[in-house]
Design a protein. Structure first.
Length: 591
């Protein structure tokens, strides 16, 4: 049986469709301006019980049901017709009195960055050229005519609304094709379309023509002359590591968090090595063999092979400034003996770790020349059964994070309370040290799941102050990772936060509005599926502005653990973000 946390995460987009939505409050009653006509609010001491109007629930369920059926039974024949360039087959999907349109390009942008070229075109429906079924089919086929082979094709409904009759629906469709041109160039083509369909009964889908109207709204084509990266997993032997693979275990045995790893050149031979801590207790130290392969040298180097608990912490920290990075692995601290051996020093260090650390980040927060350690947690397993978990504004059912100050001599002291740096009792996923106000004191960004993110400004006196509300970068966004760096080379740190992007969630949220909820709640619900965020600012005084959607870096999926790195050595930071989530259907990965 899957744990409660994965289940909450998997069902989050459905929160609006359930009978209840728990909304936590930060020690004050939930503010609202009166009961909504579409929502019942039952206030309690620190939470509110919100129930969406049953008629609205049914309307949303009906729309989602139709969406699933269209994607399952209408999408495949449409994609096959386009893939095979079969105009007759495509035309058969259109109804007798069908009308199409194709407007003039109102905007067309061409961009080239190294070996990647992107063309973005948008089309205006006003004054567009009317098209019949055959002409519309020809236009659709023409969008992918440059592809000699199509490797992947996908049909997705982005928005759906009932039109002027019970069986008539307006839908916004995303078509995606990935393939190669005759020159061998890898090409991605994405287009959005405004479509009207008539569906009186589910049995019509896949058997009768449904489409009344079709308008092409935008087209994006990206072409690459070569891959940015080369897959070498098998080449270096990572496919043979003794780590649990969720694809190959029973659903009840699947683990949401499989491992943590940390990269460093521990022996100073010029090649990056990896430390790995698995959820099943397995630990590994993978030494790079001149960048061509990796060898597990954990036992040889004095590192325990297994740990008793499920702590999978992995981090490097040169705590004694000897030039050799020391290692946190599992729940132990190891001193690096000049790259030749590791000695466990956990007990004498004073460090201790509670159950299930989510990670650790290092920085010299107090400027004394010694690296300190900030450890992240999600749940307090001693009290988790006593605290009610909430869906919105999660701030009391998690566990405070811990700041360990390096006091020298290999010793650490817990200064969390004194430094005011716990970050609240939220479900922390990740954190990044960065310079928020351009002074010499590192500040903290904490990415939280089911709650607002937290920005802690370092006051320079050994303590921190929560400045989340004034930064413009702490919205509610189900965050599962964060990376910081100067994306635009203007001297100010930018913040990239990994969140949940869900087409289904955005469709559902599109069916409701601010008027359906107590004040301030709708914006948090919108953030739950909004996708990744990119925050930037250009002076110390101004708040951060969010540019994720406008910069095209928001629709990643169920995103985790992003990084900023200059992957092509052009002097500009690039972004890499992993994505995915636990799958209940073993044939269909989520995210």
């Amino acid at each position: 049986m899957l744990g409660i946390y994965p289940l909450r995460k998997q069902l989050f987009p459905f929160v609006l469709l359930t009978n209840v939505c728990w909304i936590g409050c930060d020690h004050t009653p939930l503010p609202h301006t009166g009961e909504s006509k579409l929502m019942h609010v039952i206030p309690r001491a620190h939470e509110a019980h919100v129930v969406l109007d049953p008629a609205r629930q049914k309307a949303i369920w009906d729309a989602e049901h139709l969406t699933f059926e269209l994607e399952r039974r209408f999408g495949p024949p449409l994609l096959e017709a386009i893939r095979s360039q079969d105009q007759e087959q495509l035309t058969r999907l259109f109804r007798e009195h069908f009308s199409g349109s194709f407007g003039a390009a109102t905007e067309s942008q061409d961009r080239t960055n190294g070996f990647v070229t992107e063309t973005v075109s948008t089309y205006d429906s006003a004054g567009s050229t009317p098209l019949d079924a055959e002409q519309t089919a020809a236009r659709l086929l023409n969008t992918t005519k440059s592809l000699t082979t199509i490797e992947r094709a996908r049909f997705r409904v982005l928005k759906i609304r009932k039109s002027d009759s019970p069986s008539r629906w307006e839908i916004r469709v995303l078509l995606t094709f990935v393939g190669q041109q005759s020159t061998g160039q890898e090409t991605l083509i994405e287009s959005e379309h405004q479509v009207v369909v008539t569906v009186g009964d589910d049995e019509q889908i896949g058997h009768e023509p449904l489409v009344e109207q079709w308008h092409i709204e935008s087209l994006v084509q990206r072409t690459s002359t070569r891959p940015l990266m080369q897959e070498i997993t098998e080449q270096v032997g990572f496919d043979r590591l003794p780590l649990q693979d969720n694809w190959n275990v029973a659903v009840g045995k699947a683990s949401q968090f499989g491992l943590q790893f940390a990269a460093e050149d521990f022996d100073r031979d010029g090649y990056i090595d990896l430390a790995v801590a698995g959820y099943n207790g397995q630990t590994m130290l993978l030494r790079s063999i001149q960048g061509r392969a990796f060898m597990d040298v954990a036992t040889k180097m004095g590192i325990g092979r297994r740990i008793a608990t499920r702590n999978k912490l992995a981090a490097w920290i040169d705590f004694d400034n000897d030039g050799y990075p020391d290692l946190l692995l599992g729940e132990a601290l190891y001193h690096n003996e000049q790259g030749k051996h590791f000695t466990e020093v956990t007990q004498q260090s004073g460090l201790s770790f509670d159950f299930e650390c989510m990670g650790a980040v290092t920085a010299d927060y107090d400027g004394d020349g010694l690296l300190d350690l900030y450890v992240l947690y999600q749940r307090d397993h001693k009290t988790e059964t006593l605290v009610k978990e909430t869906w919105i504004n999660e701030s009391q059912s998690g566990k405070a994070n811990v700041l360990w100050r390096n006091v020298g001599g290999g010793r650490f002291v817990d200064v969390t309370v004194k430094a005011n740096v716990g970050g609240g009792r939220r479900f922390s996923h990740a954190a990044s040290w960065f310079f928020y106000d351009q002074d010499r004191w590192p500040d903290l960004y904490i990415a939280n799941d089911f709650g607002r993110n937290v920005i802690l400004r370092n006051k320079g006196d050994g303590s921190f102050v929560d400045v989340s509300a004034e930064t413009g970068a702490s919205d509610f966004a189900t965050s599962m990772g964060v990376a910081t760096g100067d994306i635009d080379n203007d001297g100010f740190t930018d913040i990239y936060v990994a969140n949940m992007y869900s087409k289904m969630g955005r469709r559902i949220i599109d069916q409701v509005s601010d008027a359906d909820y107590p004040a301030g709640i709708f914006q948090q619900i919108k953030g739950s599926c909004a996708g990744n965020r990119l925050y930037s600012k250009h002076s110390v005084a101004e708040p951060y502005q969010e540019h994720g959607e406008s910069m095209g870096v928001y629709a990643v999926g169920w995103a985790y653990a992003p990084v900023m790195a200059d992957l092509d050595n052009d002097g500009w930071l690039d972004i890499y973000s992993t994505t995915g989530f636990m799958s209940f259907d073993r044939k269909k990965p989520d995210g």
